[in-house]
Design a protein around this ligand. Structure first.
Ligand SMILES: N[C@@H](CCC(=O)N[C@@H](CS)C(=O)NCC(=O)O)C(=O)O
Length: 200
């Protein structure tokens, strides 16, 4: 019998984890196709046919290929409790936090992480990036103060995307003065689906 489970093209400890985590949250069956980015498997013609830049994640379903981690998570979460109905205020707030995460936070975190992991980090540049990160991180701390989740009373796709970013920020020791953001990152990292998705 042919399996209808989707295939996730995946590199561990990358943005592909978001899609794997969403599959785990929803309890969906899937096949993991691991690519070795260091060995340039992501630049082979067969992967460039799945993603024009040779990136991960890519989700393959019976309908074809889908790339961009947030698009994949939104697609998987459609018609589930993890995505409020279209047209509602809750849905608009989910979009707000998704875009906030990927436009105001993700790029800066990536640059800061890159600087910190250099053999000889430029301390001035790292301090400048930390200053720039302070405002979006404080905004998330304020939004999470007195709340368990970003939107409504339960975990949504916004928590998954922003949560992954805050777990990253916590590992970079950026949350020490932001108790609500830190507690949120800890709640996120303790979720069984997150742990299954990040076990490797
Ligand atoms: N905006 C894209 C970013 C995709 C991306 O940059 N993926 C990186 C991993 S985080 C990748 O594919 N790296 C492996 C490579 O380029 O070979 C998304 O969120 O899906």
């Amino acid at each position: 019998m042919t399996s209808t489970a989707p295939t996730l093209y995946y590199v561990p400890r990358s943005r592909a984890t978001r899609a794997r985590w969403m599959l785990e949250e929803l309890g969906l069956p899937y096949r993991l196709a691991r690519l070795d980015a260091a060995a340039k498997e992501t630049r082979r013609p067969e992967h460039l046919a799945r993603h024009p830049l040779g990136h991960v994640p890519v989700l393959e379903t019976a309908d074809g290929f889908l790339f961009e981690s947030v698009a994949i998570c939104l697609h998987l979460a459609a018609n589930t409790a993890l995505l409020p109905p279209d047209g509602t205020r809750a849905r608009a707030l989910v979009h707000q936090w998704l875009f906030f995460g990927v436009t105001e936070l993700e790029g800066l975190l990536g640059r800061y992480s890159g600087e910190r992991h250099k053999p000889s980090p430029d301390e001035g540049r790292a301090a400048h990036l930390r200053e720039k990160l302070a405002a979006p991180l404080a905004a998330l701390d304020a939004a999470l103060t007195g709340r368990e989740w970003l939107v409504g009373a339960s975990f949504t796709v916004a928590d998954l995307i922003v949560g992954a970013l805050l777990v990253w920020a916590q590992r970079l020791e950026l949350l020490s003065t932001l108790p609500a953001a830190r507690a949120f990152a800890e709640r996120i990292a303790a979720r069984p689906a997150y742990q299954r998705a990040t076990a490797d």
